[in-house]
Design a protein around this ligand. Structure first.
Ligand SMILES: [Fe+2]
Length: 319
């Protein structure tokens, strides 16, 4: 590290909000002498804030959740490219921007959860299986405003093409007889209680319930769920990039490198029961879910397909 950076400050705007993230920033400061000034808020609010602050923004690093949001900030020119052999090495190509404007830091899988009393988990091995007529009235979905669902649809469009994806969405919508949910946790509870038989969620929500973080009742409910990784699975990311008007881009790069490194990245992933950039990490709850096969669709491709995905969902009845 260039010694002149010790004593400088890196401003971080983060859409992640986990106490363990703060521990990692502290560790970075201990290692480098660079202070981290953190502002946490919702992703879209941070994007808007950075845009309106322009050159005067105190943010050097912008951390966002979901490829679609990273793409949105990129289109608004909120990032600058970062050249770093360490980032090239630690972040797989499909999990970073091809021009170095952002880099994935953690992986999250949008998988299927099943209540085995209502649906045989063995009957679901792909996302396409969610259109099976025997799931009529048993499938629950979160609404189409969810960027997680938008990215899942974008991902399917890239793999299967527009027509097949449209058929898939329509098939799922035909199986939904309940109001669309507004978040993953209540939907997971509904599956556990048998109000739904099957749903699509990010696995860290189930892991959070299982860990006891949400209380004893959620822990017990989550114990009734079976997580099924579709083969292959849709993998999304949280990630970060150096801001366009960073006053300390070098410090921001060092923090980015630390967070993407096997040590830093492991902590970042564990904080939210997510998966590190490679492998499965040490989280005991996640180990109980077993392994998944990533479909290899790049986060960049997924992000650029977001608007098309939203249009397809609207045209296909995904409320
Ligand atoms: Fe989330």
């Amino acid at each position: 590290m260039p010694p002149e950076l010790a004593g400088t400050e890196v401003g971080v705007y983060s859409g992640r909000h986990y106490n363990t993230d703060k521990e990692l920033y502290k560790e970075f400061t201990e290692r480098t002498g660079i202070e981290v000034k953190l502002l946490e808020a919702k992703d879209d609010a941070l994007i808007e804030r950075l845009r309106s602050e322009g050159e005067n923004s105190p943010a050097d690093l912008l951390v966002l959740v979901d490829a679609a949001r990273l793409d949105k900030a990129t289109r608004m020119d909120l990032f600058q490219p970062t050249e770093s052999p360490a980032l090239q090495q630690d972040v797989p190509a499909e999990l970073r921007d091809s021009q170095g404007r952002w880099f994935g830091l953690t992986r999250r899988v949008r998988a299927v959860i099943v209540n085995p009393e209502l649906v045989d988990p063995a009957t679901i091995t792909t996302y396409a299986d969610l259109t099976k007529p025997e799931l009529k009235g048993k499938l629950c979905l979160r609404n189409s405003k969810s960027v997680y669902n938008q990215s899942l649809v974008a991902d399917q469009m890239i793999q299967q093409g527009d027509d097949a994806t449209k058929g898939w969405v329509q098939g799922m919508v035909a199986n939904v007889e309940q109001p669309f949910f507004t978040s993953d946790t209540p939907m997971s509870r509904a599956v556990a209680k048998g109000d739904c038989g099957v749903a699509v969620v990010n696995t860290y929500y189930v892991a959070r319930m299982l860990s006891g973080e949400n209380g004893a009742e959620d822990k017990e409910l989550a114990g009734k769920l079976k997580v099924v990784f579709p083969d292959p699975s849709h993998v999304n990311i949280s990630g970060a990039g150096v801001t366009r008007h960073a006053s300390n881009p070098e410090g921001a790069r060092l923090l980015l490198e630390f967070l993407a490194s096997p040590t830093g990245g492991k902590g970042y992933a564990e904080a939210n029961n997510e998966y590190p950039l490679s492998g499965y990490g040490d989280n005991e709850v996640l180990k109980t879910f077993g392994t998944f096969k990533a479909n290899g669709v790049s986060a960049e491709q997924m992000g650029t397909k977001n608007q098309d995905a939203v249009a397809l969902m609207q045209a296909s009845g995904w409320k």
